[in-house]
Design a protein around this ligand. Sequence first.
Ligand SMILES: C[S@@+](CC[C@H](N)C(=O)[O-])C[C@H]1O[C@@H](n2cnc3c(N)ncnc32)[C@H](O)[C@@H]1O
Length: 264
Amino acid sequence: MTPEEPLNIPLGVPTAARMYDEALGGKDHFEVDRAANAKLYDVIGENRVRSTALENRRFLGRAVQYLSRECGIRQFLDVGSGLPTARNTHQIAKEADPASRVVYVDIDPIVAVHGRALLADDTTRIVTADMRQPKTILDNPEVTDFLVFDEPLAVLFVAVFHFVTPAEDPQGIVAAFRERQAPGSYVAISHLTTDGMSEEEQQGWHAGFAGATVPLVLRSEPEIRGLFDGYRLVEPGVVRPCDWRPDEQDWPRTTSLFGGVARL
Ligand SMILES: C[S@@+](CC[C@H](N)C(=O)[O-])C[C@H]1O[C@@H](n2cnc3c(N)ncnc32)[C@H](O)[C@@H]1O
């Protein structure tokens, strides 16, 4: 998005970015988003939904920590990054190396509006784009002038592929990014899952997102595992996010998601 482009912020429809912000206890959401989350809370239970969001967010933090501290990754493409909140990708990456570069990408223009004020410095960029059209990210000069694809780079797809339908070819989308990555690069993915989720809860997730700007698709564990094709999973593989290299005892544990990190 350039300064000349209209913002096009959908005000009358819930968006995933703002709903997630509400579930995490943030402030950047509207009445429509709170109403959509109220539907989720009614069916699934408020505690479970908020715990799912938090469990996911903590997974993102540990994945970035692992990639920056243990794998030496200094470039991150955070796709479906969401609104800025506590412990954003660049803040964690910079703990390992202040020169780490991060590009945040989100379909929702509100992310760039809030992010430019809060996140942007000369090692961080924010791009408004749709990952279902990978070239709009991979051939975007904002991205290609900033990240060096010939060197190892981590692509993060954290809690975003459940907004991509089978017809939109999720594996093809991962492959488009993978084909541009250099050896030694990584991918991190987390995803809402049907495994361990009652029929009623599945219907609750669908009902909550029914009027949102992006549809919700729940996937089974093998389908989520399939998104890592072409990479080698690092330990402990595709697991509940709370079990992925845990570093605390008392954090939210749900059976709503699977997540993992893999190397090219
Ligand atoms: C649940 S939030 C996850 C935010 C962050 N990755 C995290 O895990 O904390 C999902 C984000 O993906 C974004 N999103 C959904 N579909 C997208 C698409 N096709 N392209 C880019 N971003 C998308 C939403 O706008 C939202 O901000």
